[in-house]
Design a protein around this ligand. Structure first.
Ligand SMILES: Nc1ncnc2c1ncn2[C@@H]1O[C@H](COP(=O)(O)OP(=O)(O)OP(=O)(O)O)[C@@H](O)[C@H]1O
Length: 755
């Protein structure tokens, strides 16, 4: 780089370099497009084996092309000037020239770490860190941190708004964006923490926990690609709205292999609704519910009270409690789940009943007349009486049927849950056709675990599929050896693994990644799980997640103070110790990047006044506005909202405004706001074309908006069974402006008495 003291020249230099990076990106895209076309042209020729190998290459080129297309926006965002004179550019992916000269380093590579970690006190060989602020493909500004002060004498400091503040002040779109250019040192330490074990990231509102969790998922996939690509990473968030809010971040970081799921979707095939009754959620979340489900399953393996007569083609056989007990003991001793152990149970009793039948027939027709046992066995098996009797003793079950009957049939819950009080049992009653809720999901999962596959052959199928996969892998390895020439021609030499090829072969025409397969397989073991808003999880939800990752490799992010679920945690220790003992580490984030100081302070004062101890992160910026507080007469909430909306919308200059209120207000608010603002109104995180959102505090969890209006704050304080979580969450959503409209008293602490 030519030494120059002029900011203008520096900018020109960077523009030139960045143009070169985009040119290389375009070249690579073109190259991949051509390779893809070439593979596709040769697609139809050759044997089935050849075709599927070529499909695998096509898939690989498509993936790479998709990745190259996804990183266009802000491709590069940093440069390090190092002591040895190297200038190292940091961007979304690594780029090299055709002759392998490095042009840009992937932000996740070890050599990029110092971009986020170096400080003036600990320079780590960095003289200067430069942020490149791009709009489209053009460098708009550069922002320097000079770490080696001797450089300051060489040239004047550059002007320009800090890259971080620029990012923080930008308008919200209803979708989260990545922070890859401005990750702060305390965040970076967490993102790059080792894969093994359970890492808990505690931080107050707006400290970047969600951002850190997502960037960590991308980092882990990059750094441990081999292991995590086949096992997959699961990211769990509180609600579908939250998942929509974050879903673009990982693709923008070039990663698509993460399964994202809300708490209600963790059981494939079930789309659960939120549990509205906090008491029900609390009971169903207790760890003791695992025993209740186990007892409910055991209770479906019943002993008849007295011998039962069974008619088999006119002969009466006797099924005695003792016979059933012996068969049940032996079936249980197999250690298999209910439906699979049933096979043993049925086999034993059919054999005994066939023996009874043989004896009786032999007795009546005279000894020595050995009847054909095969026919007799068939007679027993197809007898309706036998089928009914065996089913009554050991009914095959789906998790849905077990739980539906447990919660709706009189006596079932009483028999399975001796420790629940009569009131608690009454609370859990539900109609058999009520929708499943988030609190039911871990119970269904528990039941599925104890019941096993309904179709006894499914277990065998699984084993067969495993066998087949082993054979596929061996074939793929041989195929790769045999096709070295083709691989080299197509530029894919060494890139395609036998696993890729086998994966492709297994699924035939439709291509499924590990993530696709994991998303539909309840028993999939993920390589790593990231849990956001983890304070909300009940013990039963933790139990489910622990099963999904036997290695217990977790990133758990949340804020204990924001807990609003009655089943949620009051401390990380309480939540995690039952599952991982003391094998977890805690990291804290301490800076609030979202909420302006005046608003954050009001939220903290409110929480403290209500008796909640919150970690109060330091707000990174002052806002333009202190919270607005409007007191209105009874019944005047919505009128005042409609009066103040124009002013708030104008102040936000096209930014996103959320109206947060308890559920019972939402319909009226949507109606009134919808009548005036039409399509500008959305729900949850909102859509890109919308700038007003009406939502419950629960749905707002984890989201953020430029402006927030809270209707009747006191209700949010009291609604969550004495937890201040909901109001605290709602007050800490805005990036610019907060208004509270109250007919009841404004909760203590919000108004700063010192003012
Ligand atoms: N290093 C950073 N650079 C730019 N923006 C950042 C940075 N860290 C956080 N932010 C922004 O701050 C806001 C809050 O981040 P995030 O939603 O991850 O916080 P959180 O801790 O999950 O909050 P909450 O617990 O309140 O839901 C987001 O807009 C995020 O993009």
């Amino acid at each position: 780089m030519p030494e120059t003291s002029s900011a203008h020249h520096e900018l020109e230099h960077e523009r030139h370099y960045v143009a070169g990076l985009y040119q290389r990106l375009d070249e690579l895209r073109e190259e991949k497009r051509e390779q893809l076309a070439q593979v596709r042209r040769s697609h139809s020729a050759g044997s089935h084996q050849n075709r599927s190998e070529r499909d695998a290459f096509a898939t690989m080129y498509e993936d790479r092309l998709a990745q190259l297309n996804a990183v266009d926006d802000r491709l590069v965002f940093g440069r390090l000037d190092l002591d040895d004179g190297e200038e190292r550019y940091i961007g979304r992916i690594g780029l090299s020239t055709a002759d392998l000269q490095r042009l840009m380093v992937d932000w996740r590579a070890p050599e990029a770490g110092t971009f986020y970690q170096a400080t003036a006190f600990e320079r780590q060989g960095v003289r200067r860190r430069r942020h490149l602020i791009l709009k489209g493909r053009n460098v708009q500004a550069i922002e320097d941190d000079v770490l080696d002060y001797s450089m300051l004498e060489e040239e004047e400091a550059l002007q320009g708004e800090g890259a971080l503040l620029a990012a923080l002040n930008s308008k919200r779109t209803g979708q989260m964006s990545d922070i890859v250019g401005t990750i702060q040192a305390e965040q970076d330490r967490i993102i790059r923490a080792p894969l093994a074990g359970t890492l808990v990231v505690q931080g107050g509102p707006g400290t970047g926990k969600t951002a850190v969790a997502l960037h960590r998922a991308a980092y882990l996939l990059y750094t441990h690609r081999e292991r995590l690509k086949s096992a997959g990473v699961l990211l769990v968030g509180p609600s579908n709205a939250f998942i929509r809010y974050i879903e673009r971040v990982l693709p923008s970081l070039g990663e698509t292999g993460v399964v994202m799921s809300s708490l209600g979707q963790l059981m494939p095939g079930i789309a659960a609704v939120p549990e509205e009754d906090a008491n029900v959620a609390e009971i169903k979340g207790r760890i003791s519910m695992a025993d209740v489900v186990a007892r409910a399953v055991a209770n479906r393996q019943r002993l008849p009270l007295e011998p039962r007569k069974l008619n088999v083609e006119g002969t009466i056989l006797l099924l005695t409690p003792k016979m059933v007990q012996r068969a049940r003991d032996r079936a249980r001793a197999t250690g298999k789940p209910h439906n699979e152990a049933r096979v043993t149970f049925v086999k034993i009793l059919l054999r005994e009943l066939t023996e009874q039948l043989t004896e009786q027939l032999e007795e009546s027709s005279g000894a020595g007349n050995s009847t054909d046992r095969a026919y007799l066995a068939e007679d027993v098996r197809s007898s309706r009486d036998v089928r009914v009797a065996l089913n009554l003793c050991w009914m095959p079950m789906t998790p849905q049927k077990l739980l539906s009957e447990l919660f709706s049939k009189p006596g079932h819950l009483e028999g399975a849950a001796p420790d629940l009080s009569a009131e608690e049992i009454a609370l859990l009653r539900r109609s058999p056709d009520a929708p499943w809720t988030e609190a039911d999901v871990p119970l269904l999962d528990e039941a599925a675990e104890l019941l096993g596959e309904l179709d006894a052959s499914a277990g065998r199928d699984h084993a067969l599929r495993e066998e087949q996969r082993k054979r596929d892998l061996a074939n793929a390895e041989r195929a790769i050896e045999n096709t070295e020439g083709f691989l080299e021609d197509s530029g894919a030499h060494g890139i395609l693994s036998a696993e890729d090829l086998a994966d492709h072969n297994t699924v035939g025409e439709t291509r499924l990644t590990a993530a696709d397969r994991a998303a539909v397989d309840r028993t999939w073991a993920f390589g790593h799980i990231v849990v956001d808003e983890a304070q909300e999880l009940s013990a039963m939800q933790w139990r489910l997640l622990m099963r999904r990752c036997p290695l217990k490799s977790f990133t758990v992010v949340g804020d204990i103070a924001q807990t609003s679920s009655a089943a949620g945690a009051t401390s990380w220790q309480q939540a995690l110790t039952p599952f991982v003992g003391d094998r977890w580490t805690l990291e804290e984030l301490t800076v609030n990047y979202r909420t302006p100081a005046q608003i954050a302070e009001a939220a903290v004062r409110m929480a403290n006044a209500a008796g909640l101890v919150v970690s109060a992160p330091k707000a990174v910026r002052e806002g333009r506005w202190a919270p607005f507080i409007d007191r209105v007469p009874d019944g005047g909430l919505v009128d005042r909202l409609m009066e103040t909306l124009p002013e708030d919308l104008e102040a936000l200059e096209g930014g996103l405004l959320a109206i947060i209120a308890e559920e019972h207000h939402l319909e009226a608010v949507r109606r009134e706001v919808g009548a005036v603002y039409g399509k500008r109104l959305g729900t949850g995180a909102g859509g890109l074309e919308q700038d007003i959102v009406v939502t419950s505090p629960r749905e707002a969890k984890g989201l953020e908006f430029d402006g927030v209006v809270i209707l009747e704050p006191e209700e949010l304080l009291t609604a969550a069974a004495g937890k201040v979580g909901d109001l605290y969450v709602a007050m800490t959503r805005p990036t610019q402006r907060l208004r509270l409209i109250a007919a009841r008293p404004v909760p203590a602490g919000i108004i700063d008495e010192e003012d």
